[in-house]
Design a protein around this ligand. Sequence first.
Ligand SMILES: [Fe+2]
Ligand SMILES: [Fe+2]
Length: 158
Amino acid sequence: MPVPQDIDSQAAGRQLLTGHRELRAQLAELRASLDETGGPGAVRDAGANAALIQQLRARCLEYCLGLHHHHTMEDSAFPVFEQRYPEIAPVIERLREEHRQVAAGLERLGKLVAADDGQDVTWLKEELERTVAGLEEHFRYEETHLLPALGVIVPPTT
Ligand SMILES: [Fe+2]
Ligand SMILES: [Fe+2]
């Protein structure tokens, strides 16, 4: 794939940070919805429950797609960053490997959701957590070790 050499490092870094904020917020919402649906207060008729679980499966896949898209964008910019900032090549290699691990998890989750009968939300919660385990650490590592090289200062509250 051709590498877009005209990338503005700082703009790309800011976009990355915005992506993290959105993905964090979406994951928090998704977790809350899954907890609410599968929690002790979740007493509904079977039809309404099945419809809700169906919605959650769709939202889960939507989140996974967004995460995949975020990592694909980063992967496409990494060769440029490696050329411009060779001192962070090991950081980028680690990030690439983590992207590969997350991609494998996302593929697995997608297949499981597609094959599910939509009756239960517990397994979906568990599989989602398995897929995103370590994701917050990945985001923080990127913000701590990649963004400063791109000229982006990360606010402490992020
Ligand atoms: Fe990343
Ligand atoms: Fe990222």
